[in-house]
Design a protein around this ligand. Structure first.
Ligand code: F6R
Length: 599
């Protein structure tokens, strides 16, 4: 979702900003823009429009010295993606220019109370912020005016603000939406996520909610100051940028998605390395303490992470015997079930920034429940605000469609359940090593899967079916296919199809059945017959143990509890190759964002 980058330093600002925006593209966006100060003319220049960063970079003129500017990638919330609604936005006089990630909930009230005389050009809530600052700047010094305006905003925002009268300070404010500051001798950079700092800064600071920031040049030195909500300056904690260019490049693959699918065996091995101590799986004691004497576990997540949550539920209930429930975060936030008192919460989020989950976490913290975030991003909001966190060590996931983070989430949930179990009756180290090998074996057959995709008519309302844990894989498989190929696909409990939805099965409708569990093999096979006899084009994914000779994709046997991390791989490849053959924008599917920072 929206990405922001600001830079003030010795490097050419437009290079740093445009390269930074390019690295933030994976978050998802539909328009982009930049405003910078041209030193030669002493004028500010703004370029913005609907479309890609590469157009912003190549279709405009960045000649001339420049060292100060802000840029934005926009994922439309208020108003259509077009030139006018693209950021940066200016106040009516043009003095204040801002970029914004987030949603201001009370922008209409602010307009009614303070800005009824202002002529707004865009439909955005952002333009209201620029004008609110200008309104206060009439009576107060600029810094105070900005802080007064920020104090009135309700909702989420990461903001960079420039005052054209002083091209020596970038102001920033933040609430709920992420914002980081990177510092080096020759400049200060502000950005929505770490990716933008790769190659620019080796150290960074996380900006906390309601913090006000000034990045400026004082006595020939670039520096920043951060102030808490009551205006007291504080020194934030410094972090090292641990990413490098290799990790965020495509590494010879045509798409990040394929690279990330192929990285999954090494993600499993990396997780094992990080969680094995003295030849056994180890979880830090303060995390284990969160679950001591708990009668129930609640798992909250969205999308793919929720599908990992379903697999986690089966692991927890099988290994720890603690009843576990999974909820859609956006539902739980405003429609809570009756909660058990002795409970712990697990929040699963690749990005650690999903706004629906954050809304839940605020309530969970208020209610006093212990919480654990399972995430890929150590410095993320959900990692910082939960009682504790565990990392999935998947490395940066750049394709919008989540693949390696999903298997990482499953693996960490399985390790946690295993360590918490009294008598787990599974050799988890051996089983996970086998999983990594089985993953490699199916990835090696990717060209065969491409052929299968081409010979089956996956072109309209497709179905994935499965039972038990395979049903959860079906949900994830369907999401993957629909989000990147735009083919209407449903994941269905195999036995449920006949209770209505089978009406949609007719000649050549593709049905892909997943069977990794011996105890439901016969049942799912009966369901396959039901759809076959109505003309469905059936493709079966099974394991050595459950296979029949005519099955299409046969996986190595792995432990039942880990099978979703394996069975999902052919479905990821099916989605990838189908989207590839259809010429879709695989890494940046339409309408989607990687980091969903609005509710
Ligand atoms: C689908 C996908 C999404 C995310 C969901 C939650 O491929 O990636 O469904 O899983 O938006 O995001 P996180 O895990 O960052 O909370």
């Amino acid at each position: 979702m929206c990405g922001i980058v600001g830079y003030f330093g010795d490097l050419k600002a437009t290079d740093v900003i445009l390269n930074g925006l390019k690295k933030l593209e994976y978050r998802g966006y539909d328009s982009c823009g930049i405003c910078y100060h041209n030193l030669n003319t002493d004028r500010f220049v703004t370029y913005k429009d609907k479309g890609r960063v590469k157009h912003l970079k190549h279709d405009f003129d960045y000649n001339g010295d420049n060292h100060f500017g802000i840029g934005h990638t926009r994922w439309a919330t208020h108003g259509a993606p077009n030139h006018i609604n693209s950021h940066p936005h200016s106040s009516q006089s043009g003095r204040f220019v801002i970029v914004h990630n987030g949603v201001i909930e009370n922008y209409k009230e602010l307009v009614a109370k303070y800005l009824s005389a202002v002529y707004f050009t865009s439909e955005t809530d952002t333009e209201v912020i620029a004008n609110l600052i200008e309104y206060f700047a009439v009576s107060y010094p600029v810094e105070l005016a900005i802080r007064k305006a920020l104090a009135m905003l309700e909702g989420s925002y990461a903001l960079l603000i420039i005052d054209k009268l002083n091209p020596n300070i970038i102001y920033a404010g933040k609430n709920k939406s992420p914002l980081l500051l990177g510092l080096r001798n020759d400049g200060v950079c502000l950005a929505s996520d770490l990716m933008a700092f790769v190659g620019v800064s080796s150290e960074y600071y996380v900006i906390e909610d309601k913090t006000f920031v000034k990045a400026e040049k004082v006595d020939n030195e670039y520096r920043f100051s951060m102030y808490d909500p009551i205006g007291i300056e504080f020194t934030p904690i410094r972090h090292e940028v641990s990413l490098n260019d290799d990790e965020i490049n495509r590494g010879g693959y045509d798409h990040y998605m394929l690279k990330e699918i192929c990285e999954q065996p090494s993600v499993i091995r990396k997780i094992m390395t990080n969680y094995i101590k003295d030849n056994r799986f180890h979880i830090k004691q303060d995390v284990l303490d969160l679950f001591a004497n708990k009668k129930r576990i609640y798992i909250l997540a969205a999308g793919t992470s929720m599908h990992a949550g379903f697999v986690g539920k089966i692991n927890f209930e099988t290994l720890t015997k603690i009843p576990t429930e999974v909820f859609i975060a956006s539902e739980f936030a405003y429609n809570k079930p009756l909660l058990e008192k002795e409970a712990a919460f697990i929040l699963i989020s690749q990005s650690g920034e999903t706004a629906d989950l954050r809304a839940c976490l605020v309530d969970i913290n208020k209610m006093g429940y212990p919480s654990l975030t399972i995430t890929n991003v150590k410095t993320s909001t959900l990692a910082r605000e939960a009682t504790n966190y565990l990392l999935i060590h998947a490395g940066p996931e750049i394709a919008v469609a989540s693949t390696k983070a999903y298997v990482g989430q499953i693996a960490v949930l399985a390790i946690l359940a295993y360590v918490l179990a009294d008598n787990p009756k599974i050799d988890m180290i051996k089983e996970m090593s086998r999983l990594a090998v089985a993953m490699e074996a199916i990835i090696d057959k990717k060209e065969y899967i491409h052929d299968l995709v081409q010979s089956h008519l996956i072109k309209r309302n497709c179905f994935y079916i499965g039972r038990g844990i395979d049903y959860y894989t079906s949900l994830e498989a369907a999401l993957k296919l629909k989000e990147i190929s735009y083919i209407q696909t449903e994941g269905f409990a195999a036995g449920e199809l006949k209770h209505g939805t089978i009406a949609l099965i007719e000649e050549d409708v593709p049905v892909i059945a997943i069977i990794t569990q011996r105890h439901i093999n016969k049942n799912t096979r009966s369901n396959i017959q039901e759809v076959k006899s109505r003309g469905a084009d059936v493709l079966v994914i099974s394991t050595n143990d459950t296979s029949e000779p005519e099955d299409d994709i046969i996986l190595m046997d792995v432990h039942d509890l880990l099978s979703p991390a394996l069975a999902v791989i052919p479905t990821q490849l099916i989605a990838y190759y189908k989207a590839l053959d259809m010429g879709k924008d695989i890494d940046k599917p339409r309408n989607l964002a990687k980091s969903v920072t609005v509710e």
